[in-house]
Design a protein around this ligand. Sequence first.
Ligand SMILES: Cc1ncc(COP(=O)(O)O)c(C=O)c1O
Length: 375
Amino acid sequence: MSRTWVEINRSALRDNATALKRWSGRAKLMAIVKANAYGHGLVPTVQSLRGLRAVNWFGCDSLDEALQIKALNPRQPVLVMGYVPLARLKEALRAGVSLVAYNRETLSAVGQLASARYPAKIHLKIETGTSRQGIWPADLPKLIPLVQKSPHLQVEGLTTHYANIEDTADPRYAMGQLERFHHASHLLESQGVRPQIRHTAASAAALLYPVTRFDLVRTGLALYGLWPSSATRDTVLANGGPQLKPVLTWKTQVAQVKALPKGTPVSYGLTEKVKRDSRIAVLPVGYWDGFDRHLSSKGEVLVNGRRAKVLGRVCMNMTVVDVTDCGAVRPEQAVVLLGSARRERISAEELALRIGTINYEVVTRINPLIERRLV
Ligand SMILES: Cc1ncc(COP(=O)(O)O)c(C=O)c1O
């Protein structure tokens, strides 16, 4: 029995995948499960999605994640989007996973390692303006011979990633990236390289701009029922897009309840004193678990469906909350850190706003050692 745990709503996850697939038309859906499935737990997420018709691919960042996915689900294709050290490429080919490649070193190494039994399936990533991973289109002519030289290296996909879709309603920069992607695609085609799967869209692009969907969309955040931004949500919903359902609820339980007289300081540094005679609850959760220290004196949790404010500093493994207005509170009872209880809801967006980050970071930073329970 864990004292803090994350509940994953399996049907919400599956419904989101189905709704995203339907909204994306003919494009296939890749479920992005990197970063411990955005904090939702890689294993329960893959277990919940495998076999679902809407999900055609899994996408992850590292080879280790890909091996875990393959072990759970050997038949569905997996794309490793992040860096794989050259020393591990052989292992990647043997596992049958597809790899994003964007430099000479990787292309030449996989070309040499690929065999009839273990072919290399590569998705070439084009630099179109994110200035992160990717090959400049101008460098393609130098790399094409490397690809053509190896009979067992297959350019399965062609890809890029947008820099500025979530944060703006102005698509001009993204459309410039799209244009450069088309240019790279034509250039490859003129040299006889014809990837079967072209893909550029993560959640926001897939939800907002049909021209970015091509053959496949790589949805991460939206799959978990979260929106890349409020602007994305408002535009998509105004256009009749899918109502996404949050998948994750993070809970803990009360370790101790006690009274504190008015004026008593709470927690390290004596940074906050209770302003009235108060009842407090000590929760066995802290910044080590991913309950951010910036929530000190600011955050709220749900006790009996009512908001209870964090008092003083969040500690490594404990947090104190004010339960004076929360009705009868007993040790052991469950408390919601993120999610709904009765009519109240603490969203990942609310937590993100309080600590100056984005919902992506709030959920991915929930400590992976915390138990994930499918409900
Ligand atoms: C290359 C790539 N594709 C897709 C995604 C999924 O993005 P989102 O969670 O916004 O759907 C990411 C996430 O960072 C990414 O880096």
